[in-house]
Design a protein around this ligand. Structure first.
Ligand code: CUA
Length: 335
């Protein structure tokens, strides 16, 4: 009997040490969503179950190894024990109850994490190799940053234009795959203001690692103002084109004031006569500008280096966005 009491003490101490160690090991990033709270509670419960089972097995084992070791001069055999029904029933029933308990806790957590708020803000999330796009269907706003109001449930309706991707903001905990040909959903209620990053959690090709986008949780009034401003932009193709120009990094090489960087300026680019490296010329009309975006090496403007502009804009920018960009360029031209 005294051995059982001793082992029980060892197991309790070991459980406390392992449980506290796991809980305080900093295994999680900051928590920033209501759904994440339930997931963390589930994890905490599992940490303690894991700690107890670990202590039960390792505590018993260590105690036995040390206390019942063979003493010097002891040549006798150990007792031969032929089964123990009570023990076997116990170590079957207790784990069974534990596993059922974890399953119930898990199902409960799933129900809370997927709970529907009818007032949820719907946002369409489009994943494509290798960028994210966010659409706010009520206003038609399209953004490369996911802005969410604090404290309001967001219903993210997800689609992929090509392969499998996975939407994951570690601070929100929940994770959801995007599938080509069907839509998936995830609900997030951001609780903490701040800047986060959505990363793709499904290997989706060469640039998978860089498939990131900014997520900003802002106060509700700031969100409403932002959405209203963006909605105005969304109505005007020139404004939309200017956003494309800023969002896709065009300004790194193409100025708007006539000065030359690595690429030709956009000022007056539309409608002028362009001369190419091979001596031919062409009118910079819509078709030419479109080609310059999707296949920049097809014709290189005289005096500019080839192979500088990324070749993959056709995968990143939609045709509508290119048309908006051309409208923006037209607005910079007298022709
Ligand atoms: Cu998309 Cu990885």
């Amino acid at each position: 009997m005294k051995h059982f009491i001793a082992v029980a003490v060892v197991v309790m101490i070991l459980t406390a040490l392992v449980g506290l160690g796991l809980s305080n090991a900093g295994l999680f990033p900051e928590l920033a969503s209501l759904q994440g709270k339930f997931i963390d509670e589930l994890f905490q419960m599992q940490f303690w179950v894991i700690a107890f089972l670990f202590a039960l097995i390792v505590g018993f084992m260590l105690y036995t190894i040390i206390v019942f070791r063979r003493r010097e001069g002891d040549e006798s055999d150990a007792d031969h024990i032929e089964g123990n029904n009570a023990l076997e029933v116990t170590w079957t029933v207790i784990p069974l109850i534990t596993v059922i308990g974890v399953a119930v806790f898990g199902a409960n957590t799933l129900a809370k994490v997927t709970a529907i708020d009818p007032q949820a803000l719907e946002v369409k999330v489009i994943g494509q190799q290798w960028s994210w796009r966010f659409e706010y269907p009520e206003t038609g706003v399209v953004s490369d940053v996911l802005l969410l109001p604090q404290g309001q449930q967001a219903l993210l309706v997800m689609e992929s234009t090509d392969v499998l991707h996975s939407f994951w903001v570690p601070e929100f905990r929940v994770k959801q795959d995007l599938m080509p040909g069907s839509t998936t959903e995830v609900r997030i209620t951001p609780t903490e203001l701040g800047d986060y990053t959505v990363r793709c959690a499904e290997v989706c090709g060469l640039q998978h690692t860089y498939m990131l986008a900014d997520v900003r949780v802002v106060p509700e009034e700031e969100f409403d103002t932002w959405l209203a401003n963006e909605a105005v932009v969304a109505d005007d193709p020139v404004d939309r084109g200017q956003k494309v120009y800023e969002q896709y990094g065009c300004q790194a090489c193409h100025t708007l004031d006539g000065s030359e960087l690595v690429g030709p300026t956009f000022l007056g680019a539309y409608g002028r006569q362009v001369e190419f490296e091979d001596g031919t010329t062409a009118l910079a009309d819509e078709a030419y500008l479109y080609e310059s975006v999707v296949d920049p090496n097809a014709r290189i403007v005289k005096g500019f280096p080839p192979n500088v502009m990324p070749q993959n804009y056709a995968d990143q920018i939609t045709d509508e966005q290119i048309n908006d960009l051309i409208e923006f360029m037209k607005s910079l031209s007298d022709n």
